[in-house]
Design a protein around this ligand. Structure first.
Ligand code: HEC
Length: 91
């Protein structure tokens, strides 16, 4: 019986949906280039920023993402958030 469960485990893991998106920092850097139309990276500097959590950062990236047509999709929001966090916010 245990052997059967062990055999089924990889199958179960393969079909379990992945809920959390993972941001791709490199892709985020490329995607962020379009944001530079309005501001440089100065708004993310510690003495300028208003964002105080990763959750708020993601929300703001999403907010700015709706400025574009088509708006940034969830994966793109996640990628830019990852890049901003890795380089500036470091939450
Ligand atoms: C139409 C101009 C415009 C565009 C396009 C734009 N931004 Fe901004 N952004 C602003 C302005 C103005 C502020 C400062 C005032 C504010 O927060 O509303 C700002 C602030 C921010 C902040 C908050 C910084 C902080 O910590 O206080 C983030 C994060 C941000 N922008 C990300 C982005 C991203 C990511 C994109 C591209 C998807 C983008 N912005 C595109 C104008 C723009």
């Amino acid at each position: 019986m245990n052997r059967l469960l062990l055999c089924l485990l990889p199958l179960w893991m393969a079909v379990t949906p992945v809920h959390a998106l993972t941001g791709d920092v490199a892709r985020g850097e490329v995607l962020h280039k379009k944001c530079l139309d309005c501001h440089g990276t100065g708004v993310y500097a510690p003495d300028k920023r208003k964002i105080t959590s990763l959750k708020a950062l993601r929300k703001d990236v999403k907010r700015w993402g709706t400025y574009y047509a088509p708006a940034l999709n969830d994966q793109e929001v996640e990628d830019i958030t990852a890049w901003l966090n890795a380089n500036f916010y470091k939450f």
